[in-house]
Each structure stands twice: as C-alpha cells, then as structure tokens.
Design a protein around this ligand. Structure first.
Ligand code: GDP
Ligand code: IMO
Ligand code: MG
Length: 434
C-alpha cells in the first residue's frame, strides 16, 4: 500500500494536525518527516483539545504507530514534556517511535536563534525562537548532534567536544552572548538520552515494513510550503532540511518517490501568516480583526499555537496556491476553516498580481516584486447560514458551493475534504481520500 502525504499549502497553520487526526483512522503508521517544535498543531477530538509540537497527530488512536522521522529536529526536553503531558491525559504513547538519525536541538541553537534575530533588528525573520534554523544549519554543516549520539555517553562527549568550542566562539565573538556551560549541557543531554531510549527505533525500517505489508502510511507535514527554503518567500522562510513540502516527505522518513500515491494539500479558505515576509493579500483593520477573532472566546482565534502571536490575515491567494499545487504535485485539496467565512457579505479571491503595471499569474522570485504586487481580486457573494453543522457538500449554502468550485477551477485540483470546524467530525468528505 502507498504512502499519502498531508502538506500545508500556504504559510503554515492551515489545519494539518486536524486533517491528519481525521485521516489517521485509515493508516497503520503516521509519521512526521520535517521541521521541529516550531510547528504547533491543534487537535480537537472526543478525547479533548491538544496542542502538539513534535508528536504526530495519529497518537490519539491507540493501535497506530507514530513515527518521528529522521528529517525532524528534536528538542528532547520539549518531546519528553509532550509525552508526559499526553500520558497525564490518558493518551498512550507507547507506540511512539523516534528515529535514531533525527537531529537534536541543543541549547546553543535556541540561543543563536534569539541572538541572530536581535542582530537582524528590523530585518528579523520573526522566527518562533525554538532553535530550529540553527539546528538545521548545523545539520547541513555536518556539526549536528543526532538522537543516536545521546544514547552513548562516549559518543556524545566526542561530538560535543567537536562542536561546543566552535559554537561558543560564535556566541561570544559574533553576538557578544554568554557561552554554553559544557559540563552542565553534557549531563543534561545524556540524561535526556536515557529517558528517550525506550522510544528510539529504526523508524525507516518500520515505515518500509508497513508499506510492504500493504498498510497505509500517512506522512504529516509541518509548516507551510510557502515557507520552504527553495520555493518559499526567501529569506522569510524556515530552514527545514528536508523540506516541509511533499517532496521532502520521502527523505524525512526514508522511502522513495514511488512509494507515495497521493499528496493532499491543506489550505485555509483564506490565508494567514505568522512572522515577517511578503504577503500580497494581507488585510488590515476591521475585516482582518473579524477573521482573526472568530472563535477567540473559546481560545480558537488566529493566534499562533507555538508562540501565541496574532496571525496576519488575508484573502485566499490563488496565485501562491497554484504555485504550491505545482511544486507539491498535489492531487487533492483539504479546505479548512470554511465556517470562519460564514456571515461575510462578500468574499475575494486573488487571481493575479499587478506588478509595475503588468498582470502576473505566477509567483515572482523577487521579494521586492512581491512587496509591490497589488492583488487582482475576483469578488464572490458570501453566505449567511452557518456551515459548521453541514456534513454533505450539497447541503452547503449555494454561495459556499460556488466559492469552493471556483477555488477548484482556479487551482486545477479537486477539493476532496472540507473542514467546517475544529472537531474531528466537523468535516465534509467530498471524495474519500483513501
Ligand atoms: P496546523 O499547524 O496546520 O496543524 O494548524 P494549527 O493547529 O496551528 O491552526 C489551525 C487552527 O484552526 C487550530 O486552532 C484548529 O483547531 C483550527 N481549525 C482547523 N480546522 C478548522 C475549521 O474547519 N474550522 C475552525 N473554526 N477551526 C479549525
Ligand atoms: P505549523 O506546523 C506557521 C514561521 C515563523 C517564521 C518562519 C521561520 O504549525 O504550520 P522558524 O522558527 O521556523 O525559523 O521561523 O517560519 N513558521 C511557522 N508559521 N506555522 C508553523 O508551523 C511555522 N513554523 C515556522 O513564524 O515566520
Ligand atoms: Mg500550526
């Protein structure tokens, strides 16, 4: 059986966790393949409301194996905290398997993340401050520490000896920061290794074995494709290697491209972005506040799951979305938060950009061109009826059906799933994904 990738199509927080929680029902293995605890996935199901940063969203099904793949950057303290929180709420984490090859987020990564943002001042990326960029930088520079190193004190000592002097020279020399205390750090990470040991496994073999025995493997994306190093709005992107796009999924768990049958793109019915960087359809004022604060009284407004920052809001940008459909090779869309649009008199879809008097329908590489881009909108009528109770496409208000069909035709991909609320069952299955 094949693997199915669930990937964020925009700038993150599209509702990937919520969609994976729904689709995991049919899978044998649910695996995270990239990023780290810069991700924050909110899941609401019959067991309660959960915010996951590293543990895959399949964890609520006791019989599923949940893999944290080799492509993930793991902060051991965060992972151990997440495991104990889940356990304290009665969620069984014994089927969690952590790749021995995954990179470890070390204290210098968090520190350099913060110091580098301060140094950039007005040009800051607006990172989550979790050390993820510096961790992947070290991975590529062959200076990284991996989970397997934490399990062997001798190896950890040797790896740390090779990198801590270098990192302290950077911290003190480049940034004027306080150096890392070697002994304290060594003790702490050795202990993390012992506590993580029961979860560490050959996750690549586990995923391949599931595929060979005819089981579905669901690959859970983190972040959004437009934050990708190659295809995103560089330099306002994240540094995950492998990439958070569908293409990164195979590398991040250790399978090949022919193992992947489908790539499902999760898109919000509008757009959001946290952190800095170009955002052509960004809205300000009353309309932005209205969309951001929908559900705020229940703690469900557009505020970051990881950092609590207010998310920037915009109309659905089909230029950016079409680009994302292309480089992810998406076969279907899952459209989320449709209910947030209930009650708006009219909706706008961005179908092109006007840049320096020219109509542009493809994504410009230049950040300054993107900043100058004026969105060209198509206006569609809104609907007044609530959609959160709807479970069949034909029962949606006619205007909502028109909106969704227009999105499909602009993007050239079918909307197979529509989410009309944060809870697992608040969904319309238009075409079964499995
Ligand atoms: P992720 O990072 O892609 O998993 O997304 P987040 O969890 O960070 O952000 C999505 C937010 O939208 C979460 O608070 C979800 O509970 C919520 N959500 C997901 N789908 C829907 C939906 O269809 N309607 C509403 N109202 N909320 C949703
Ligand atoms: P999920 O999985 C939204 C953004 C940050 C910042 C940029 C770089 O919940 O969709 P980083 O800390 O990664 O170096 O920050 O990327 N970012 C996200 N935005 N959702 C996420 O994850 C994100 N992960 C990173 O806000 O702009
Ligand atoms: Mg999120």
């Amino acid at each position: 059986m094949p693997a199915v990738v669930v990937v964020g199509g925009q700038w993150g927080d599209e509702g990937k966790g919520r969609i994976v929680d729904l689709l995991a029902r049919k899978a044998r293995v649910v695996a995270r393949y990239s990023a780290g605890n810069n991700a924050g996935h909110t899941i609401v199901n019959e067991l309660g409301e959960f915010k996951l940063h590293l543990v895959p969203a399949g964890i609520f099904y006791t019989e599923k194996t949940c893999v944290i793949g080799n492509g993930v950057a793991i902060d051991p303290e965060v992972l151990l905290g997440e495991i104990s929180q889940l356990e304290s709420r009665g969620i069984d984490t014994s089927k969690l398997a952590v790749s021995a090859r995954a990179q470890v987020v070390m204290p210098w990564h968090r520190l350099i993340d913060r110091l580098d943002e301060e140094r950039r001042g007005a040009d800051a990326i607006g990172t989550t401050g979790k050390g993820i960029g510096p961790c992947f930088t070290d991975k590529v520079a062959r200076r990284g520490i991996r989970i397997v190193d934490l399990l062997e004190p001798e190896d950890l000592l040797a790896r740390m000896r090779a990198v801590v002097d270098y990192q302290n020279a950077v911290i003190t020399g480049v940034y004027g920061g306080e150096p890392i205390d070697f002994d304290e750090c060594f003790e702490q990470y050795q202990e993390f290794g012992q506590r993580l040991r029961p979860f560490v496994a050959d996750t690549q073999a586990l995923v391949v074995e599931a595929l060979h025995s005819g089981e579905y493997v669901l690959l859970e994306g983190a972040q959004g494709s437009l934050l990708d190093l190659d295809h995103g709005t560089y330099e306002y992107v994240t540094s995950s290697v492998p990439s958070s796009t569908a293409g990164g999924a195979t590398l991040g768990v250790g399978i090949g491209p022919t193992d992947v049958q489908r790539a499902i793109g999760v898109f919000k019915s509008y757009c959001t972005r946290v952190g800095n960087g170009p955002f052509p359809t960004e809205l300000f004022g009353e309309m932005a506040d209205k969309l951001r604060d929908h559900g705020k009284e229940f703690g469900r407004g557009e505020y970051g799951t990881t950092t609590g920052r207010p998310r920037r809001i915009g109309w659905l940008d089909t230029v950016a979305a079409r680009y994302s459909v292309g480089f992810n090779g998406l076969s279907a869309l899952a459209l989320t938060r449709l209910d947030v649009l209930d009650g708006l008199p009219a909706l706008k879809l961005c179908t092109a950009y006007e840049i320096d008097g020219e109509m542009v329908k493809t994504m410009p590489a230049s950040p300054s061109a993107l900043r100058r881009a004026k969105p060209v909108y198509e206006e569609l009528p809104g609907w007044s009826e609530p959609t959160s109770g709807v479970r069949n496409f034909d029962d949606l208000p006619a205007e909502a059906q028109v909106y969704i069909r227009r999105v499909e035709s602009l993007l050239g991909v079918p909307v197979d799933l529509i989410s009309v609320g944060p809870e697992r069952e608040q969904a319309i299955i238009v075409n079964p994904i499995f």
